[in-house]
Design a protein around this ligand. Structure first.
Ligand code: TMP
Length: 209
């Protein structure tokens, strides 16, 4: 049984991840691809508890390294309990955010050293990397005004515009460093065009051995 494909969906706030996730999972069903849909931080009971701790607004300033370690603690659990077993039985995994979000938010946004993130990535994931990262790219000013319409801001959403510019720049820097693993989709385009591009990427993956 060949290993399943590992696809992650990334982007800043308000880029349309939820709508496009629904499109992607509908596409998988239409192609009879066996898959699981999951998210980070989260995806297991323990990792979801860590997610709640990470997103909660609090009076105490959260130390960036503490934040980074919590993200990777959740990821280790998620990989062991959900992602690796699914890939090993041949199922595809579609994950709402993964380690690129760590490079973007903790690396770009918080300014943590990329080498430290790379070290933890190696320790927690070994050689496992997504087969394809679908990056929805959008000017953070547009994204934040879209996200503001969807309810109360969590600890990340409460960050300033400058933080989200750094997040976007870090995502784009990763995409241009390893272009074969990334598909950057301009999320400012009409939704039909965004989804046409996502479908084309998924078709390419389906054709790959
Ligand atoms: P979301 O999945 O609803 O977009 O929220 C998850 C939040 O967690 C989002 O603001 C980005 C943040 N995050 C990190 O800071 N680092 C990470 O590694 C991941 C996966 C998410």
């Amino acid at each position: 049984m060949p290993r399943g494909k590992f696809i992650t969906l990334e982007g800043g706030e308000g880029v349309g991840k939820s709508t496009n996730l629904r499109f992607i999972t509908d596409w998988m069903r239409s192609r009879d691809v066996e898959f699981i849909q999951t998210r980070e931080p989260g995806g297991t009971p323990l990792a979801e508890q860590l997610r709640a701790l990470l997103l909660e607004n609090r009076d105490e300033t959260v130390d960036p390294t503490a934040e980074l370690l919590m993200v990777f603690a959740a990821r280790a659990q998620h990989l062991a309990e959900v992602i690796k077993p699914a890939l090993e039985r041949g199922a595809w995994v579609i994950c709402d955010r993964f380690t690129d979000a760590t490079y973007a938010y903790q690396g770009g946004g918080r300014g943590l050293n990329r080498a430290l993130i790379a070290q933890l990535e190696q320790t927690v994931q070994g050689e496992l990397r997504p087969d394809r990262v679908l990056l929805l790219d959008l000017d953070p000013e547009v994204g934040l005004s879209r996200a503001a319409a969807t309810g109360a801001a969590d600890r990340f959403e409460s960050e300033k515009l400058e933080f989200f510019h750094k997040v976007r720049d870090a995502y784009l820097a990763r995409a241009s460093a390893v272009p074969e693993r990334y598909a950057v989709v301009n999320a400012a385009l009409p939704i039909e065009e965004v989804q046409r591009q996502l479908a084309a990427e998924l078709e390419r993956l389906l054709d790959q051995p």
